[in-house]
Design a protein around this ligand. Structure first.
Ligand SMILES: [Zn+2]
Length: 510
């Protein structure tokens, strides 16, 4: 088989209208071999470089333009003083270091003063990043510089044949959730990312694959005439294998859900009837004129919760194949009761409300999971009526009928919701999400009261804490929170009933 490698990587940023192309023919790529692409959430700029020894050297003048730095000669040092929004960086000709905020940082090559200006190695951008307090990731192999917390996974693609089938194997670094769908003669692998860094594409199976290309966060595979159906196999979001079957082959099996973690120990409380969890409502707190908490960094709770809700929906649907209903999918005001009503009318099996916290003291921090406190409602709950009010639901189990007084709907689920909250806390801790001093708590929250299914509210952290507000904007923290929630839901699907600790209302029901 023809094996073809595209040596330099192709980077396609978010910028609309950027030309993309199919990469099985050795095309000339837009990211030429002698420039770095500087990618931010809003823009994509080019920075030419020249290789000298082991270092990629760039013009300091151009770095200054890109990052808004002010350069002045320092006659005492015979070097340069570079002002980065109030932080001072010092460099000296022929020295392989820079000094920033009084600290010396090594560079991969000496700073050079040349006739046409000053040259610095590309890793000088790391110094600029720390002066500007901005994350900067330099990928030398792909000539890519990522500014800020953008998720741009690097992909390599192998195409080959497996017996009568074609096969496409995509390696993903770092592991990134994604889903595979087919649109006519295109197979689309959509990633939970800002854009994609497509590296080597090797191998060929022209009957099945005409080419691959990147469109924003989607890897598009053009299907050849032999590709009739497909099946996928995903390993921990690090690798996806798509098998392409010729006409007349066995019908494809539905994609198997990705195991998120090894099977958990049995739950101590039956949270929902095993095997009956099919759908989930995710509630993005606040919206419209209601910003929720606004942190010192300007981040708004309503935006954070909506972003997280959308990502969570994509992760849950693609990885464990459950249906996800969002109580809002835009920046709109939604009444609290309307949120649980959406969950009830969709007959979801679990309700999760996303929020971030605020406190008068800026040092208060940490995530917290809240379930409904029954204390305010218990006296009003007619326990004897509860068993009569249950009706069977399709697929097993029972559920309260709608006749239950609205504000009491959550009562039968109070204990299960609390157990679920504790399980989520456990998974947040495992993902190293910092936790509030009291990580789970039962409170009389209005949004939970009307939910006719296990329900909880996740406060992802305190936006009034500057460090935490910043962290909540990073891919690391977002991914950690998503992993914790997905794992918690996955536990619900897998946890067998172990017969211990079944809540009273469950026992009554049997
Ligand atoms: Zn809130």
């Amino acid at each position: 088989l023809l094996s073809l490698r595209i040596p330099a990587r192709v980077v396609v940023a978010l910028v609309a209208g950027l030309v993309t192309f199919w990469t099985l023919a050795p095309t000339v790529e837009p990211q030429s071999a002698n420039t770095y692409a500087i990618v931010t959430a809003e823009s994509r700029r080019s920075l030419p470089f020249r290789t000298s020894g082991n270092a990629d050297m760039v013009a300091l003048e151009q770095v200054a333009t890109l990052f808004g730095l002010k350069i002045s000669e320092d006659p005492v040092l015979a070097g340069l003083s570079i002002d980065a929004r109030g932080q001072r960086i010092l460099v000296v000709p022929d020295q392989s270091f820079a000094q920033v905020a009084g600290q010396v940082r090594n560079l991969s090559a000496p700073v050079r003063r040349e006739r046409n200006g000053w040259q610095v190695p590309i890793d000088f951008l790391n110094v600029v990043g720390s002066a500007l307090n901005t994350r900067i990731e330099i990928r030398r192999a792909s000539h890519l510089v990522i500014v800020g917390d953008l998720r741009i996974p690097a992909l390599t693609v192998r195409i080959d044949r497996q017996g009568p089938n074609g096969r496409v194997v995509v390696d993903i670094t770092p592991a990134t959730p994604h889903r595979v769908t087919r649109e006519g003669n295109r197979l689309e692998i959509r990633f939970d990312a800002h854009s994609l860094d497509l590296g080597a594409v090797s191998g060929a199976a022209p009957d099945f694959v005409g080419g691959v290309r990147v469109e924003g966060p989607t890897l598009v595979v053009a299907l050849g005439g032999e590709a009739d159906s497909f099946r996928t196999d995903t390993e921990q979001n690090r690798q996806t294998t798509v098998e392409l079957l010729p006409p007349g082959a066995a019908p494809p099996t539905p994609p198997s859900p990705t195991p998120v973690k090894p099977p958990p120990p049995p739950a101590t409380v039956e949270i929902t009837t095993p095997g009956t969890i099919r759908s989930i409502a995710i509630d993005a707190g606040h919206g419209g004129e209601d910003n929720g908490t606004v942190g010192p960094t300007g981040i708004k709770e309503k935006d954070l919760t909506l972003q997280m809700a959308r990502r969570l929906k994509a992760s849950i649907e693609s990885r464990i194949g459950l249906r996800v209903v969002l109580t809002r999918d835009n920046d709109a005001a939604v009444a609290l009761d309307q949120r649980s009503a959406t969950a009830n009318s969709n007959k979801v099996d679990l309700f999760i409300s996303l929020h971030a916290n605020g406190a008068p003291r800026p040092d208060v921090a940490g995530a917290q999971v809240i379930s409904l406190s029954g204390d305010d409602y218990r006296d009003r709950f007619p326990a004897t009526d509860a068993s009569n009010a249950r009706v069977p639901v399709i697929g097993g189990g029972t559920r309260l009928i709608e006749a239950v007084p609205w504000e009491l709907a959550q009562m039968p689920y109070v204990e299960r919701s609390a157990a679920l909250a504790n399980n989520l806390v456990k998974h947040l801790a495992a993902q190293r999400v910092p936790l509030f001093a009291v990580p789970s708590s039962q409170l009389p929250l209005r949004v939970l009261v009307g939910a006719n299914m296990p329900a909880l509210q996740l406060e992802m952290g305190y936006l009034t804490n500057a460090d935490e507000a910043r962290a909540l904007g990073t891919a690391e923290r977002v991914t950690a929170i998503i992993e914790a929630i997905v794992t918690t839901i996955n536990d619900l699907r897998r946890a067998p009933v172990n017969g211990t600790g079944v809540p009273a209302d469950e026992a009554r029901r049997r």
